[in-house]
Design a protein around this ligand. Structure first.
Ligand code: B12
Ligand code: SF4
Length: 445
């Protein structure tokens, strides 16, 4: 059959001749769209144009996957508070799954409605699945938090989660990308709902949140994502390295194996999320806190602080010290988190994320790195006042300079060979005081 005689093609020409547009008007009403989103089951919504400067950092990544995207529809799903606050983490995890599903269904229904109107629409996931090929780099296509902030749905609080003005921290986020412009876009909130009470700092079992706004994503991830991504990798390696079932059981308790099964079957079992659970911000949440701060702490914060549980930490990390000093009744379990930089570029980029700032106390030094072999790179790392700065090239005067064969350096990081052996073999050469080089290593667990 000739293509022009095909029934589908004939209908297309008929529609075209009758003037029926196959693409709807490309400037949509923000008000109408808002009503549609709320009807689809989201709890609040805002609209951001792809050219909004607040999206500058992620614009290229979004356009690479959705080159046609003109508008981002950002929305929140409200989390039931008592479920998230429960010391029974199964209840909290289930609540998070339910809200994530609710948002995914709403996003899917909206995308279907858009497509039927001839408008391209796509629904990047709220959480998992993500682009796992990019691990341990950026696996998410969109950063929902930044979009939600630009859409006026809240601001990032001290704990780095977005706090909605009404629902507070009890929200999950999602985004739909569409190929249409709106007649009106949202503006960011003119205040931060975070009241700086620091209850998230007090409740976080790993000390990942600093009272000064510092956040350690790796210490958070090692604990709360024990059964996800890198934690899962570590579990698999425990199996691979075990000589027998008895040997495996000496590393992983039966309860942990059952919990891993739960995660695989029922969705992630998060170990914590206490930072969101204890947050009193937001119009709906704050009365309970302002009525009596003491009762709020007794009823909401203390049960989580006092809970006997295992906290997963990297050996010799700030998190390990934190549990020991703040939560001596909690059990510390030293684990790996499966994060292995695959390249020197990844190693340099991941340093600020992996930095254990309290372990750098008293250290003030500049390090020059020169990598050769499969990857050539020069970098400067300055550690002082418990901060780290990584720059390309050799900047300033170094206290220690390190020349390393790139492949060998990565093998040391992956614990496939020892640093001392490679220094003796001169594949890694260190010039400068050895104690400063050792102190550098202590800043990364
Ligand atoms: C990566 C990620 C994480 C990482 C990093 C967290 C972070 N602060 O970015 C880890 C594993 C630690 C994590 C933990 C949690 N997450 Co999370 N996470 C994400 C994800 C996929 C991307 C976040 C993002 O955009 N970061 C970039 C910018 C915006 O964040 P930032 O804070 O300015 O920058 C940090 C990161 O970039 C980080 N980073 C950079 N590169 C890498 C690489 C690795 C390997 C890691 C670990 C971190 C990291 O370092 C920066 C400094 O802290 C989003 C889903 C999505 N697709 O958007 C959910 C999301 C942010 N997470 C969410 C939640 C609920 C959590 C948890 C409560 C855990 C849970 N479900 O168990 C904790 C809370 C921790 C906290 N206090 O922030 C919600 C937050 C909802 C809200 N109200 O804001 C989101 C939006 C999921 C959703 N759809 O609702 N998460
Ligand atoms: S999710 Fe848990 S470990 Fe991570 S920052 Fe929040 S309270 Fe801390």
């Amino acid at each position: 059959m000739e293509l022009n005689n095909h029934p589908t093609v004939l209908r297309y020409h008929e529609r075209k001749a009758s003037g029926t547009p196959h693409v709807a008007a490309l400037k949509l009403s923000a008000q109408e769209l808002r009503e549609k989103c709320l009807a689809a089951g989201v709890d609040d919504v805002g609209f951001v144009e792809i050219t909004n400067p607040l999206l500058a950092e992620q614009k290229a990544d979004i356009l690479q996957v959705f080159p046609w995207a003109k508008t981002l529809i950002s929305f929140v799903g409200r989390i039931n508070r008592e479920n998230l606050r429960s010391p029974a983490r199964s209840i909290a995890s289930l609540e998070l799954h339910k809200v994530e599903e609710q948002l995914a269904h709403a996003a899917h229904a909206l995308a279907t409605a858009f497509e039927r109107k001839g408008i391209r629409a796509a629904t990047p996931p709220g959480g998992f699945p993500m682009e796992a090929d990019n691990w341990p780099g950026k696996m998410q296509i969109v950063s929902h938090k930044t979009i939600a902030v630009a859409a006026g749905l809240g601001k990032m609080g001290l704990h780095r989660n977005v706090i909605h003005p009404v629902f507070g921290s009890f929200v999950l986020l999602n985004t739909v990308c569409i190929d249409a412009e709106l007649d009106e876009y949202s503006t960011p909130l003119d205040y931060n709902p975070c009241i700086d009470c620091k209850l998230c700092v007090a409740a976080c079992p790993t000390g990942a949140i600093g009272p000064d706004g510092f956040f350690n994503p790796v210490n958070c991830m090692t604990h709360t994502y024990r059964e996800l991504i890198g934690g899962f990798t570590d579990w698999v390696e425990n199996i691979a390295d075990s000589k027998s079932s008895t040997d495996y059981r000496s590393k992983v308790s039966d309860a942990e194996t059952v919990s891993m099964w739960q995660t695989l079957v029922c969705g992630p079992c998060y170990k914590s999320v206490y930072c969101m659970a204890v947050c009193p911000a937001g119009d709906e949440v704050i009365p309970q806190y302002l009525d009596s701060k003491k009762t709020f702490v007794d009823v909401v914060v203390k049960p989580l602080q006092q809970k006997s549980e295992t906290v997963y930490v990297l050996p010799d990390s700030d998190a390990e010290d934190h549990v020991r000093s703040k939560f001596p009744h909690k059990k510390i379990k030293r684990v790996g988190n499966g994060v292995r930089p695959p390249t020197v570029a990844h190693f340099l980029a991941s340093m600020p994320i992996a930095f254990q700032r309290h372990h750098s106390e008293g250290l003030s030094a500049t390090y020059h790195f020169t990598f050769s072999g499969i990857e050539r790179a020069e970098a400067t790392v300055v550690i002082k006042d418990k901060t780290i700065k990584v720059e390309q090239g050799h900047v300033g005067v170094s206290d220690v300079s390190v020349h390393a064969d790139a492949k060998t350096w990565l093998r040391v990081l992956h614990k496939e060979t020892s640093m001392i052996k490679q220094i003796v073999l001169r594949r890694i050469r260190v010039k400068g005081p050895l104690n400063l080089f050792k102190a550098f290593g202590k800043c990364f667990a």
